[in-house]
Design a protein around this ligand. Structure first.
Ligand SMILES: *Cc1c(COP(=O)(O)O)cnc(C)c1O
Length: 403
């Protein structure tokens, strides 16, 4: 059974104080906290079998290689990829997107069209703009609505025979919107376009099935799902990963090298040049095990209760406006009239409450609402209603001090 007190005991950091107050951590959308089992996996690696992988004949190297490849299998199983080599271990979402965007530079031509959503994180906008600059392809945007949903009617009109790629996040980090990615993928495929889904903000809440989604590329970061920073995944369909040229040259990604010609290694090594984040990959595997032990149904239930309670309580605060009111994950993005989000965030910090303030790497969304930014409280399964009460009381105090 799901017991939030027991779960909180798995996270040593939740016991710490900030400015003499008990920490209330509501910045899970930026990075999640790390359970002891994941910390232990990191300590175990450096204490017992730290070695470079794939090249050594000695025991430590073989142990590290086995554990690293075991982690890849855990990622494969979690996302239900058909083949383990369709899972490329990267440094995170940003890296994964850049591998695909730079690969398509060789495959697009002038006048081709690519479609992005208005709800994207900068890391799912800028690499595609760079791709368009390089190739002469044209970037089109699916606009958004006041409630934070995508204008799917416009999306269907944007699609045509020239559309080659569509990229969209599964869950918006700025507003929490859960996008209709199945519809997006299905519609794009009718025109022969490939789809990349940025799952960075979805993976803490949802267990995606890449085969069921029939998605071409799915990317995410470990650090948003209880894993360490500096590691993530690129899932790609085998035939598409084979189509893309390598992103970086170096060790590990080659088959043979002479000064006349180099041949590349097969998947997944073709995209894994250099020594990877070995420890991070192994700890990512431990994080996946941990989240599955908690269970994604339990996670969803706890988070939807927090979202409902938090929304209800925040709406009672005078002059508070919530951005993004459509079907969404446990994220509340809001402003209090007449007060800059940064000032609210600073006072909340003094009261021990960690939230995000600013544009959340999604300036186009802020431009849409004509605001400089928002305060974002993002909840994880280890948060509680009592913590939401602390947030609400702290907001009322901030409001009194600032208005
Ligand atoms: C966090 C986030 C990213 C960037 O992830 P990195 O780990 O910084 O590479 C991209 N997209 C979304 C939706 C995010 O939430």
């Amino acid at each position: 059974m799901f017991n939030v007190d027991e779960i909180r005991a798995d996270f040593p950091i939740l016991n710490r104080e900030v400015h003499g107050k008990k920490l209330v951590y509501f910045d899970n959308g930026a990075t999640s906290q790390t359970p002891q089992v994941v910390i232990d996996a990191i300590v175990d690696y450096y204490s017992n079998y730290n070695a470079n992988i794939h090249r050594g004949v000695h025991t430590l190297s073989q142990e590290a290689t086995d554990k690293y490849e075991e982690a890849r299998l855990k990622v494969q199983k979690h996302f239900n990829a058909k083949q383990s080599y369709e899972i490329i271990l990267t440094t995170g979402t940003t890296h994964s997107i850049n591998i695909v965007a730079s690969g398509f530079a060789a495959l697009l031509k002038e006048g081709d069209e690519v479609i992005v959503s208005a709800l994207e994180h900068h890391s799912n906008i800028v690499p595609w703009q760079m791709l368009c600059e390089k190739t002469g392809a044209i970037l089109k945007v699916i606009p958004m609505d006041e409630d934070g949903s995508l204008r799917m009617d416009v999306y269907h009109e944007l699609l045509n025979a020239k559309t080659k790629l569509v990229f969209c996040n599964h869950v918006s980090n700025a507003l929490g919107t859960i996008n209709p990615i199945k519809e997006i993928i299905h519609a794009a495929h009718k025109f022969g376009a490939y789809v990349l889904i940025d799952g960075a903000q979805a993976v803490p809440h949802i267990k995606p099935d890449v085969q069921e989604l029939d998605v071409d590329f799915y990317v995410a970061s470990a650090h948003k799902m209880c894993g360490p920073t500096g590691v993530g995944l690129l899932y790609g369909k085998e035939e598409l990963l084979n189509l893309l040229p390598p992103y970086q040259g170096g060790g590990e990604m080659i088959e043979t090298v002479t000064f006349e010609k180099t041949t590349y290694a097969g998947l997944p090594h073709k995209f894994e040049a250099g020594t990877p984040n070995i420890c991070g990959g192994i700890a990512f595997g431990a994080a996946i095990d941990y989240m599955n032990e908690i269970g994604f149904e339990n996670i969803a239930k706890q988070e939807s209760e927090l979202l409902a309670y938090g929304t209800e309580e925040l709406e009672k605060i005078e002059n508070l406006k919530i951005y993004g009111t459509t079907n969404k994950a446990s994220v509340i993005s809001f402003n209090i009239e007449g007060i800059h989000p940064y000032d609210i965030g600073s006072i909340l910090d003094k009261l021990g409450v960690a939230v995000r303030t600013g544009h959340h790497c999604a300036q186009p969304i802020m431009n849409f609402y004509c605001i400089p930014g928002t305060v974002r409280a993002s909840f994880a399964f280890y948060n509680t209603k009592e913590e939401i009460d602390v947030l609400v009381a702290s907001l009322k105090r901030a409001q009194m001090m600032l208005s």
